[in-house]
Design a protein around this ligand. Structure first.
Ligand code: HEC
Length: 113
């Protein structure tokens, strides 16, 4: 293969790769996508909770009125309040989520519910 042709090919591959990385990153930092992928199964589209024992995240003085730091810690490590029939699994069961991702989901929930 001629060198110029090869170079163009490599450039094309690089462009593709960058596109892929950017789109993966856009997914990772988008709170709404994370919520709809990972959290909606339990908390429901409107945050009121789909199963018995789920907290209603829309209550004004409810769970989301806690400090960001507390909520991020509880979402990251998992959390069960006294007497609760069910625990919040660490990172909602999606171990890939970073603290940054969880902050973004928190923002999404505060804005939407
Ligand atoms: C398997 C079901 C399930 C999934 C999936 C889930 N949660 Fe939860 N979540 C719970 C339950 C149950 C509680 C209440 C736990 C308790 O108070 O004992 C809870 C509580 C919470 C709380 C309140 C914590 C507190 O300090 O009171 C937040 C915030 C939260 N979840 C966010 C999320 C986010 C964000 C996701 C997705 C990344 C998620 N949850 C995925 C079940 C789930």
């Amino acid at each position: 293969m001629k060198l110029r042709k090869k170079n163009t090919l490599i450039k094309k591959q690089l462009v593709l790769l960058c596109g892929l990385l950017v789109s993966m990153n856009a997914y990772a930092i988008d709170g709404e996508s994370i919520y709809k992928q990972t959290c909606i199964a339990c908390h429901g589209e409107d945050g009121k909770g789909l199963l018995p024992g789920m907290p209603d995240l829309t209550e004004k003085q409810g769970r989301l009125s806690k400090d960001d730091a507390v909520l991020v810690k509880n979402m990251r490590d998992g959390y069960q309040s006294p007497g609760s029939p069910m625990a919040m699994p660490a990172k909602g069961g999606n171990s890939k989520l970073t603290d940054e991702d969880l902050k973004n989901v928190l923002q999404y929930m505060r804005k939407s519910f």
